[in-house]
Ligand binder design. Sequence first.
Ligand code: SF4
Length: 459
Amino acid sequence: MDFFQNPAILIVMETQSVVTVGFVALGCPKNVVDSEVMLARLGQSGLVLSPDPDHADVVVINTCGFIEPAKEEALEAIRRAIRYKKKGHIRKIVVAGCLSERMGQALSNEIKGIDAIVGLARRDQIAEIVQQVLREPKSKQPDLFLEHEPGGAKDDRGRLLITPAHWAYLRISEGCNRRCSFCTIPAIRGQFQSKPMQMVLDEAKELAANGAVELSLIAQDSNFYGRDLGLKDGLCQLIRELEKIDSLEWIRLMYLYPAGIDDRLLESIAACRKVVHYIDMPIQHINNRILKSMCRADTREHTIELISKIRNCLAGAVLRTTVMVGYPAETDAEFAELLEFIEWARFDALGCFRFSPEPGTAAAGLPGQLPEGIKHQRADAVMSAQQKIAFANMDGRKGKEYRILIDEAGPHGSVGRFYGQAPHIDSVCKLPAATAAPGGFIQANVIGRDGYDLIAEPL
Ligand code: SF4
């Protein structure tokens, strides 16, 4: 993601001796928030943010290290920076984020040429770290800014948004108390820690005052919010308070752990006019043996009942999920059960991960690890089944009228989303005519589909 896509946050500074910082933001929305905080700290310290990370005095790479493909992507970004450093285009390389937290000093053994490795707990000192690294002479060993404990829930106010001003992520907590057998996140990000509600509300008000009309609430386990603060129904309370912020129009709940979606939460969503009827709940699998082995708190029976309940309780509910294929010892029959369930559940959007045996996780040591070829075949089968479902669901919207939030507007057309399309991960609505400016809402009629995208005509 490139923060210079947003001209509103282009920084132009005139200084005597300009030191430029390039920034590479990788990873999930939680990491995007960390990147936005770091960008703000760097900009506030007088460093000039450069749109070209290959030609900056310092490049900061905020990495993701949650699964092997994310680690590979991060390592590739580091290697690229090292190539530019060798050519003399970059002076120093600072690696921050989840991969730094996960690998620590081992990262410098894997790749030579990094100047600093910064753990999650030191996010807010990124500007001081960059200045320190710049002052130091060349060294073969990187400086380590690692703490033993991850940072926990921090204050994310005052961010420099990577997202357009009219929508933003609102992180409500850090870490996770669940222990899914395949997941490295609790080891990287630590125990679940809610941000105090007032801090979340102040941040939401700040984002709204700066033009955000849509907030996507994010966490590792969103419906766990507030339990560590002693709040009963913390997420329900939080959305009721967020609803009171005048200029907000859409509040979106991401990463709801299915076993934690109870009647009170569904009733609260139904009662809050601004909370969109969009449920993102990663189920991972449907077979009870696999769910148990994954240490998930869900069962097939509960998941099926929950989906029916959501659809009964929330008018026009749009459902997104994530599944994992190729878990150790997943049999053909267990995979067929998952496929059959996907056909039944008819999710509007679905992401599919291939199991990856991450070092340090329980599932990495399980017997019955499957060949990559089988994982690929199963992932392909899931995605081709889901494509037909998604297309049919989209076709079912033809002739219906929706309120569309405009994301991009040009003389020959606009791009927007209806409430069932989350920013960046879902499809979009294409409007062949010029409409409102980004951040504006219009009413439109769906007239067709282009692949996964809807085509709509303003009314
Ligand atoms: S709920 Fe499970 S998969 Fe999600 S972050 Fe926590 S441990 Fe990982």
